[in-house]
Ligand binder design. Sequence first.
Ligand SMILES: *Cc1c(COP(=O)(O)O)cnc(C)c1O
Length: 468
Amino acid sequence: MKYLSTRGLAPLAGFEEVLLTGLAPDGGLYVPETWPVLTADEIAQLVGRPYAEVAARVIALFSGEAFNEAQLLEIARDVYGRFNHADIAPLTKVGAEDWILELYHGPTLAFKDFAMQFLGRLFDAVLARRGERLTIIAATSGDTGAAAIDALKACAHVDVVVLHPEGRVTDVQRRMMTCVHAANVQNIAVAGSFDDCQAIVKEMFADRNFVSKVRLGGVNSINWARIAAQTVYYFTAAAAITNAGEGVSFVVPTGNFGDIFAGYVAKKIGLNVDRLAVATNANDILHRAMTSGDYAPSGVAPTLSPSMDIQVASNFERLLFEVMGRDAEALRARMDDFKRDGAMRLSASERDAISADFLSYATSEDETIAEIRRHFEASGALIDPHTAVARAAAQALRQKGALNGKVVSLSTAHPAKFPDAVMQATGKTPELPPAHHDLFDRPEFMTNAANDTEAIKQAILAGVDQKE
Ligand SMILES: *Cc1c(COP(=O)(O)O)cnc(C)c1O
């Protein structure tokens, strides 16, 4: 299995390199050279299998010579054995043909643990083999940082630097990052938005000198290995609720387009996925792009679902690459134009190609609060605001007749990560699971920084120098 860059100017790469570097050297995103395929029989054999076995089976399609299925199974058993629920990704029925897929039973209570815990193990294995050290840098809108830190804090061969937008993550989200005290972890609060943090990380990767000096690697949602790990729960969910050959739709609370792109990959490699619905909050660039063709960032508005307060959805480039017939040269020109103009237009044929698989809906703040309340009144259970964005979208799209049959909405975070929104909607304070009971008693470790790539680079270089 080889990977090519969406921008066509990077050499083909193997899974190890794709894992370690994240972004391709030409600024593009790695995608498999050809899509592997699971046959209907092979997919039928996944029914009833433990989560770790499905994970090893699916991820082995992408890991080439770097990891075989038996090695992946050992890692998957360890990693998912640390989750707080025996089913790892349990489904809850919430309507005649509606389910919620709970993806928040990992160590940091958000779906990002699924990929990140796995990645931490893959990194350590590959770096040990190579006798190398790596600095992982991540920009976070709240949950990636905590997931990365938890996954990497025990890695012998990895340093981790996390940039978060100062004051734009919840206290629980911040403390899950800053209350970890480990010699290889550095938290930086940036005076800016998540998009600013993401832009800083991109600029660092564009500086080849800096990349080689600190041996920079990425775990942001553009890392292909994360996408691969996220395809797994689409398979386990479909296996649990559909009969042979039956289709199922997924509604995905979307920010960087990573999680929903994993659903698209599941479809590409053989799963019978009916529709994939992008659910956004008020930061609705993807919804606007899909309905009007205008992919035009308009400034980030803080919302109740901060992990989706994103304008430029990095992984959308992977879908564009597919709908442009994998024409890397045309895509590269497109992305150059986008950089110059700050916006782009999707052609009619591109929009048609996208709408063959995707739907979209933008859930307002009022609808989010109303859905948390409605869900609580109907079931007695609390859901987090990201889950509410998806559930509100699922109901609205079903009502419009755009979604039919079995529908799974992804529940991406534990309600206790977003207590203010839940309190505002229901008057209830969601309780943190026992593993996090002392979160607010622990000291925090972080530094503050201006929205200035050069200054942050210097701080990271100083930290790396100390270790040498
Ligand atoms: C990251 C995140 C999302 C968005 O996922 P993308 O892969 O960026 O689209 C949704 N919900 C929660 C809770 C998240 O942490």
